[in-house]
Design a protein around this ligand. Structure first.
Ligand SMILES: Cc1cc2nc3c(=O)[nH]c(=O)nc-3n(C[C@H](O)[C@H](O)[C@H](O)COP(=O)(O)O)c2cc1C
Length: 184
């Protein structure tokens, strides 16, 4: 069984990126599960808090889940042509202490997809994440790309992915990434 943790980088109730992660999980091929992890409980990074109390329990829990799974699927919004702060903040906490990065992230397959109501499908946000994966020594998946533009027309009001072409593209992405993340 291949297990993938998915993190959607938005706290918004009607988040297109959370809906995209939900759709990706539903399209996971046989032998693969995609679990959604929440980042709502992760506080703003504060080095004083870390020095005084160590990592918040929400961070430790998610770190250990990531360490245990075969792959990480990041579903990123795009803010001001880059990654959103709420998701970067979570990833920054998860990278602490730096001595743990290799154990938690090193060599781990990472996929990145994203959705926006805008026209360019989060291309710049996805690209902005690449130096972070390089810093962590991760293995980014380059077999497919998925840039979901015009999200208001691609999802319905309940967050279902109703565009047939996008569903097929997401299915191909998820199948390819699941095979990439599968242990040999
Ligand atoms: C501060 C801010 C900056 C944004 N900048 C961009 C941007 O650069 N490119 C883009 O496609 N959408 C941008 N948007 C629109 C987001 O893509 C949109 O709010 C989207 O719904 C956020 O993702 P979510 O639906 O998962 O919450 C921005 C939104 C906010 C609030």
């Amino acid at each position: 069984m291949t297990t993938i943790i998915g993190i959607a980088g938005s706290l918004r109730r009607g988040s297109y990126n959370a809906a995209l992660l939900h759709a990706a999980a539903a399209l996971a091929p046989a032998g693969c599960t995609i679990e959604a992890a929440a980042i709502r409980d992760i506080p703003l990074y504060d080095g004083d808090l870390e020095a005084a109390q160590g990592l918040p329990a929400s961070v430790t829990r998610l770190k250990e889940r990531i360490a245990a799974v075969d792959g990480l699927l990041i579903v990123t919004p795009e803010y001001n042509n880059s990654m959103p702060g709420v998701l970067k903040n979570a990833i920054d906490w998860l990278s602490r202490p730096a001595a743990d990065i290799a154990r938690v992230f090193g060599g781990k397959p990472v996929g990145i997809i994203g959705a926006t109501p805008g026209a360019r499908g989060t291309v710049l946000a996805q690209t902005a994440w690449l130096p972070v994966w390089r810093t962590f020594g991760m293995r980014p998946y380059y077999g497919h790309s998925l840039y979901l533009a015009g999200a208001a027309k691609v999802f319905n009001e309940t967050g279902e992915l109703i565009d047939a072409d996008m569903r097929e593209r997401l299915r191909a992405y998820v199948e390819g990434f699941a095979a990439f993340a599968a242990r040999p």
